[in-house]
Write a protein that binds this ligand. Structure first.
Ligand SMILES: [Zn+2]
Length: 768
């Protein structure tokens, strides 16, 4: 139990018998120890907190009605958040127009009068030993840009971009002065939002300051605009990433120079759907500050983003805590609606199960009023999380490492990164629906150790793969690793130009004959003869070992058609996405790849380009299996990952992906059967010999047509707890299993556990 949990009880007891002065002494001691000398920083010991800001802060261009933020009161916010079981508070203090403290630099909203919201909050937070963080907006400083128009970022034509600031301008000094004003309030640190260089065109920054710096660093002028054919654009991207990196490091160093205890975290944008234009890469920018913070949120990113982002942040900052922010509103931060409790529970427990710590964001009413129903729900939500604290933070058990290539993002994704992301997101979706533990591996920080964390590493259409990466993949496979390659991996050079071959040919065991033009591709697996079972014995010698491996490989190949196919034999099914016609050299071919009737049309793009057309003829093998050292490379000539994330997702394409994982890794620590809308997260506590299986149900309600943008229907809210069956099998043996919820029906039979669960979140603790 943390100090946070013990002190209020201690104080309640103390107040009964201590004279007034004595109580003050106790308070002072507790306060000092909570603020300064706790052995662990706040972000390592707390699981759930709140962020509170006034709605309307980013709108209206600073022209607010007199009652704007009138009741936005730091003392009330702290009290209500403490009552709602928050363990820390991120208070909105500075935005583009205003600040909510007494500042020499920025105005306050008129409605505040003489009040200093940060002072109110800091005084009250001290009484509760609540770590208080200051939300400080960095980007879109409308007030400063009106006074200093030459601080604006400039597009390639030299035109000012009105809403964006240049991170090489003197604006950086204003930010430092602001942070220096806020620190003496006794705060725990800063949440800095955001360091983006634009979420789309117009792109910056081509101002004179940036041009001069580029010339000095790269010995040549900046490229004159976005140009993916130009070598110099590569330098420009590096300059762009370095700009954000330097700015973040400068602010972190500055805050630490003033107060080494104060924490700094940045709202991170190195993950999909964001790309180069923001100016961040997955690993470098996640590493700035004390920990990474990102957002989930159905409203912008879909329901799968909760688990995707949590696993991504973990991989981008190995060994560090990571924070994910979620929101109260049904559609958005500022929409003044409140999600049902179960809708919030699904998102909160998905994130906690994946090891994040979670911040719930409340945007108050326009005048700062705090909605009592919202705070009652926060109290239940955060209280449940704290009660389950011991169930989180164990080591994840993972089968599939999903490879992400930032180089492919930039040089193949270019201005449309979503096409590349679809392969990555499809691999993730398949893992979630099929209950395969997953994580991410980044090209930016690639090492043999990073690969070896996973029994299977998937390259989802990683089209740019360097020789260095190939070498690491080879060593990983030769040492016993399993590689799952899809799409057109390795078939483009570092600037995204097509190669006549694949850099992965030696691993795949096949040459590239050609890439298929269309995305509507099909696969078919014929009936196969199943070889007789029986243990094969080989001499304990290098020759015997080689023979054993050859026999196992032959057995794998013979079993593959039956093991992989997701439907009837000889049935062609759609696997929409990029595909390659391979010619095997050392690999064994399994199944057929078919093109579509589109290939025979005079104008293939003129015929319902968005809709896949029917299967036509066999053009090559569907799958290649290549034995290499102690490991195996399984290559899909198509893209079951892309297909799974596409609008033409058929269940069989997803099953095909899962079957390939199971063929490569036949004995996972636990095999989970559960509905596709239930995500499973398995963690291990080796000291207690306990595997925890978190089951989190996404139980959205049906919807009608939207008022605009039909047919893009938004997901409904989760109102009720579902009832579902699940089963767990432990090939390595199982001593006991118990459910956390009393309502769960659990039957253990040997190594198998059958469950009927009636909740959004359940945890089965399994002793081995
Ligand atoms: Zn600039």
């Amino acid at each position: 139990m943390s100090l946070q949990d013990t002190t209020p009880a201690l104080l309640r007891k103390a107040s009964r018998w201590l004279p007034w002065m004595g109580l003050i002494a106790v308070l002072a001691t507790v306060s000092r120890s909570a603020a300064g000398t706790h052995p662990q920083p706040w972000f390592e010991r707390h699981l759930v907190g709140m962020e509170v800001g006034p709605t309307g802060a980013q709108f209206g261009g600073g022209k607010h009605a007199p009652d704007y933020a009138r009741n936005f009161n730091g003392r009330d916010i702290v009290r209500r958040c403490v009552e709602a079981n928050a363990e820390y508070l991120v208070l909105w203090v500075r935005d583009g127009e205003f600040t909510f403290h007494n500042s020499k630099l920025l105005p306050k909203p008129a409605g505040l009068g003489d009040r200093d919201v940060l002072r109110e909050a800091a005084d009250e937070a001290r009484r509760h030993q609540l770590p208080l963080l200051v939300y400080c907006q960095l980007q879109y400083p409308a007030h400063e840009l009106r006074q200093h128009p030459d601080w604006k970022a400039r597009d390639a034509a030299g035109k000012p971009i009105d809403h964006l600031v240049c991170f090489h301008s003197p604006y950086t000094n204003v930010v430092k002065q602001l942070l220096a004003e806020m620190l003496p309030y006794g705060i725990a640190g800063f949440h800095l939002d955001m360091v983006d260089q634009g979420f789309g065109p117009p792109h910056g920054c081509w101002c004179d300051r940036c041009q001069a710096l580029f010339q000095a660093e790269h010995g040549r002028p900046m490229p004159t605009g976005v140009n993916w054919e130009d070598e110099n654009w590569d330098r420009m991207l590096r300059f762009r990433y370095a700009t954000s990196d330097r700015f973040e490091k400068m602010l972190t160093d500055y805050v630490r120079s003033l107060d080494p205890q104060a924490t700094v975290d940045f709202n991170y944008h190195g993950n999909p759907p964001f790309s180069w234009e923001i100016g961040q890469t997955p690993v470098v920018h996640a590493g700035n500050g004390d920990f990474v913070t990102g957002e989930a949120g159905l409203w912008a990113f879909g329901a799968l983003t909760a688990s995707f982002n949590a696993a991504w942040y973990r991989a981008a900052t190995p060994g560090k805590p990571f924070q994910v922010a979620i929101q109260r509103g049904v559609r958005m931060y500022h929409d003044q609606t409140t999600r049902p409790l179960n809708d919030m529970r699904w998102e909160m427990f998905t994130l906690l199960a994946h090891g994040a710590f979670v911040t719930m964001i409340d945007k108050t009413a326009y005048d700062g009023w705090l909605d009592p129903v919202a705070y009652t729900r926060f109290g239940e939500l955060l209280g449940e999380a704290r009660a389950k604290r011991a169930q989180f933070g164990q080591t994840p058990v993972r089968e599939v490492g999903i490879y992400f290539s930032a180089r492919t993002r930039d040089w193949i994704g270019r201005d449309k990164p979503a096409t590349y992301y679809q392969s990555v997101q499809g691999a993730h979706k398949a893992c979630v629906y099929e209950h395969l533990g997953f994580g991410f591996v980044f090209d930016e920080a690639l090492s043999l150790e990073a690969l070896q964390q996973f029994p299977v590493v998937c390259l989802p259409n990683a089209t740019i793969v360097s020789e260095r990466e190939v070498d690491l993949f080879r060593r990983y496979v030769e040492g016993g690793g399993k590689l799952l390659i899809t799409g057109q991996s390795g078939q483009f050079d570092r600037m995204g130009r097509p190669l006549g071959t694949s850099t992965l040919e030696g691993l795949i065991g096949a040459g590239v004959k050609r890439r298929l033009e269309g995305a509507d591709n099909w696969m078919r697996f014929s009936t196969s003869s199943i070889p007789g079972s029986g243990t094969m014995l080989f001499a304990d010698s290098p020759e015997g070992e080689a023979a054993r491996r050859r026999a196992l490989h032959a057995q794998n190949v013979a079993f593959a058609p039956a093991a992989l196919r997701p439907g009837p034999a000889d049935w062609p099914f759609l696997v929409r996405g990029p595909a390659t016609i391979y010619e095997p050299t050392t690999a064994a071919s399994v199944g057929d790849l078919l093109d579509s009737h589109r290939a025979a049309l005079a104008n293939p793009e003129g015929y319902n380009a968005d809709w896949p057309l029917s299967a036509r003829q066999v053009v090559g093998p569907a799958v290649l299996i290549n034995a290499l050292g102690k490991g195996t490379v399984l290559t899909f000539a198509g893209s079951p990952d892309f297909a799974t994330a596409s609008e033409h997702h058929i269940v069989e394409a997803r099953k095909l992906f899962a079957h390939a994982v199971r063929l490569l890794h036949p004995n996972p620590r636990v095999r989970i059967s559960a509905p596709a809308n239930v995500e499973a997260v398995v963690t291990d506590d080796p000291a207690a010999r306990t595997l925890r299986v978190h089951l989190i149900a996404y139980n959205a309600t049906p919807q009608t047509t939207p008022a605009k943008d039909r047919p893009y229907v938004l997901p409904g809210l989760i109102e009720e707890t579902p009832m579902f069956r699940a089963s767990l099998e432990f090939p390595g043996g199982l001593k006991s299993a118990k459910a956390l919820n009393p309502s769960t029906q659990l039957k253990k039979r040997g190594q198998r556990v059958d469950l009927v669960v009636e909740d959004i979140h359940e945890i089965i603790q399994c002793r081995y």
